[in-house]
Design a protein around this ligand. Sequence first.
Ligand code: AMP
Ligand code: MG
Length: 523
Amino acid sequence: MNIPRTTSLDRLAFDNLSLRSLPIDPETRNQRRQIRGGIHARVKPTPCPAPTRIVYAEEVAALLGLDRAACESDRFAEIFAGNVLLPGMEPHATCYGGHQFGSWAGQLGDGRAINLGEAIAVDGSLQMLQLKGAGETPFSRSADGLAVLRSSVREFLCSEAMHHLGIPTTRALSLCLTGRGVWRDMFYDGNPEEEPGAVVCRMAPSFLRFGHFEILTARRETALLKQLTDFTIRSYFPESAAISDDQERYLHWFTEVCDRTAALVVHWMRTGFVHGVMNTDNMSILGLTIDYGPYGWLDSYHPEWTPNTSDAGSRYCYRNQPPIAQWNLIQLANAILPLIGEAAPLENCLQSFAGQYTQRAEAMAAAKLGLKTYDQPLASALFEFLGGVETDMTLFYRGLADLPVTDMRANALLDTLYKPDTDAIEALQVWLDQYAAVLGQQSVDDRSRSTLMNATNPAFVLRNFLAQEAIDAAATGDFNGIHALLNASRHPYDRLPPDSPFNRKRPDWARSKPGCSQLSCSS
Ligand code: AMP
Ligand code: MG
């Protein structure tokens, strides 16, 4: 076995601020239980038989000061699959609740996530390292605390793809196989199969969710709610922390959470990302994309599309993401109401969320078309066209950026249509004429338009079928597809060569293949 004497792993230092600042449940046995009066529960990862690293993200490693020798050592896999703890690591899980699909679900908690500790990054910031899939915790309820390879590949790749797209997200340091089989009934049809187990090491300044606040209010643990909120503001919201009046400070903070959430959802809408499970336990208090489960990316622009097979009512479809974000913020407002004492100021913040969202969304829609100012009739006509004629969202916006204003012909965009029949082409031409007219009115020149559009509309997104191809290969031990996607995701706004495997519409085979258009929650 290759065990170098010391590597940069030995220099990784920890400062477990959150564990130090918030109460820990006194019970140390790993028993499933309801937790009172605490946020944290100490729990060790379950050792696995054969940890092997599949991939790590160099950029994340660099933030931690980990070099290649460290990341490629056997010890790295031992640590980040859960077999070895570094000095300073204090593994623990946290308690949260949540509203799932609109109903209060009570205590949920980190059922298969274990925080290792807060690493001191090269820039001095604290970054929580968290293993997902490293075994049972007190919050595992009826499940096994494990994760399978397919969902772990999706989480690893999408975390990094989102970051490179400029979208706030938790990061992913590594993806390791555990050598342990995990049983999953992927189609929920009574036919479980053994799948390879895997662990992703995620990283974020904090993994606190709306649900951490909700559970305390549901349990009337108001003193602890105040302690958690004060900790959150002091640690992650310095501008709010500077305000001395309690009520003003809490409202400033809540407004900031609303604002970050609005900004986040605008990014999702811009790139065609559908989170898939926008329960309040999957909403980061820092405004990060968190918990990559049955997420997906729009291939054809279809506002009602939801990737999650468990979401029969399409509650979390693409189009619903903004109002659901607001609904979730209302639950957070209810949770912090005991700290504010009156509902009216929180209601004001919530009302302004809709205004803020609209303003940001309109600016985004204008930038996607390279316009100086938002043009409502043009945008409405576009969404009507895109929704009516099956059009590939990513290819369409990139193709549009290349059309000169003097020669906007629908024929040049035929490749972006899934069924380029005469009706579709005519409808597109009508819209292109309208677009050319607006560009003229706003005196937009082609160069600045394409520059703005190509910085707003990615050429590469982690299409579901691309991830699935990499997963299918990984299941046979071939990880090249994962590396290729990680590489491609690093420069999502760069022009892709026409023959690039990543520059294609969803192929017909992927239309109904599991993992490509419909994703199971089983992970
Ligand atoms: P999710 O739908 O993945 O956001 O998870 C909802 C809740 O179920 C969270 O409390 C998770 O920690 C928990 N959970 C999901 N999968 C597992 C698993 N395999 N073992 C234990 N807990 C899980
Ligand atoms: Mg979750």
